[in-house]
Design a protein around this ligand. Structure first.
Ligand code: GLA
Length: 397
């Protein structure tokens, strides 16, 4: 068994500081890990029963835990302030703190009848918070693998992702779709995931070995993100309600065709029409990128990424000057296969598919041009596609 990394050793030491029994009973210690994600393409399509193509990435949340007999959960964090306690069978209500993602998972797993355990636990994460790389989904999935009496938890991975999504929807109060939790639960090393959010079927197109994923962070706080996100959801729902009056069998934007939208200018106001057009066209782009990856036609991906970005900027209106700037800067660098904003938008990151020999050029150009245009440095994360949530193999202490 491989020796533990420095990161794991440091985390175990932190656990031993809050729970000294963990030092001598390594066999009872569990370290759960869950990745953040970057979305290659398929933005704001998940809650419209469309297609998405996220990748679970090598920025991860880890939780080291030691079981307790009193049914209490006691969590602290290496990065965040505060120690929080809750009863795993009765986790209470939202406290407007990071613990909500953990307590929310206890609540939703409990509802699913998953046997839970009390723990003393320490969280450590290198997923940047509020950057659109799904730090919350990573925390939720790591919490699920920590709080479940059994590891793996006794739910299939889609059901586990849905339980984590419910924690976010019903406990934390954010109406997000399934994509982030799905990616963190189901990631596959070296692969992207193409998910059909209507049937939950998915397959995993391989990412070519000489292609590198780079997430570039605008480092702009995502103001208004939650309220604008919910507003976009209702605009899509309004579109569906109106279109279903005209077309029998339309129950989500997944059922809507470009032709129906062309004939709907009398039915939909221009904002609703733009939102719907984005979703309907984005679904086709996801399938096209999936085919391009499978058939190794990487030159098709750049224009599809560019069209997705423009659509998010002009039709869905969730981009920002900094995101547009980063896409422009990256697209000027030879060897960048595709660049677009990723995640909900309003700040956060761009995703870049880059030939491995062009990564350092991209880093240099971004480090020079972004501060010149926007007066701040960008974050530059070179990431790998990794497996979904699980536990580390711990050698005996
Ligand atoms: C956030 C949500 C996802 C998805 C994206 C936009 O990341 O959590 O469910 O809707 O925004 O594609």
């Amino acid at each position: 068994m491989a020796p533990l990394s420095d990161r794991a050793n440091t985390l175990l030491e932190r656990l031993a500081q809050v729970e000294p029994a963990a030092r001598d009973a390594r066999d009872q210690v569990r370290v759960a890990r869950a990745p953040g994600r970057v979305n290659l393409i398929g933005e704001h399509t998940d809650y419209n029963q469309g297609y998405v193509m996220p990748v679970a990435i090598s920025l991860e949340t880890w939780i080291a835990s030691f079981p307790r007999r009193d049914g209490q959960a006691r969590f602290s964090s290496v990065q965040e302030r505060g120690t929080y306690d809750f009863d795993v069978l009765s986790p209470g209500t939202r406290r407007d703190a990071w613990i909500d993602y953990v307590a929310g998972v206890a609540w939703s797993l409990g509802e699913d009848g998953v046997p839970l355990r009390g723990v003393t636990a320490v969280v450590d994460s290198d997923v940047p918070i509020g950057s659109g790389l799904s730090s919350s989904a990573a925390l939720e999935l790591a919490a699920a693998w920590t709080l479940s009496e059994r590891a793996p938890p006794p739910l299939d991975k889609i059901a586990l992702a849905r339980a984590a999504q419910r924690a976010e929807n019903g406990f934390v109060g954010v109406q997000s779709g399934l994509m982030d939790q799905f990616a963190s639960a189901n990631g596959r090393a070296g692969h992207a995931l193409l998910l059909d959010c209507r049937t939950f079927d998915f397959h995993a197109p391989r990412i070519p070995a000489d292609v590198v994923l780079v997430a570039i962070d605008t480092r702009v706080p995502r103001r208004l993100a939650a309220s604008e996100y919910n507003a976009r959801r209702s605009e899509c729902e309004r579109g569906v309600a109106l279109l279903s009056q005209r077309h029998v069998g339309v129950s989500s934007l997944r059922d809507v065709t470009p032709g129906m939208l062309r004939e709907a200018t009398d039915l939909l106001d221009s904002v609703t029409l733009r939102r719907c057009r984005h979703v309907v066209e984005e679904n086709d782009r996801v399938l096209a990128v999936g085919n391009a990856l499978v058939q190794d036609q990487l030159d098709l991906i750049g224009p599809l990424f560019a069209a997705s970005h423009e659509s998010l900027r002009d039709l869905y209106e969730v981009s920002s000057p900094e995101l547009d700037g980063l896409v422009e800067i990256a697209s000027s660098v030879p060897g960048v296969i595709g660049a677009r904003m990723t995640g909900a938008g309003f700040g956060g990151c761009t995703v870049n598919l880059v030939r491995d020999d062009a990564v350092e050029d991209l880093r240099e150009v971004v480090a020079r041009e972004y501060p010149r245009r926007f007066g701040r440095d960008a974050g530059f994360h070179v990431v790998r596609a990794v497996d979904g949530a699980g536990v580390l193999d711990l050698p005996p202490g």
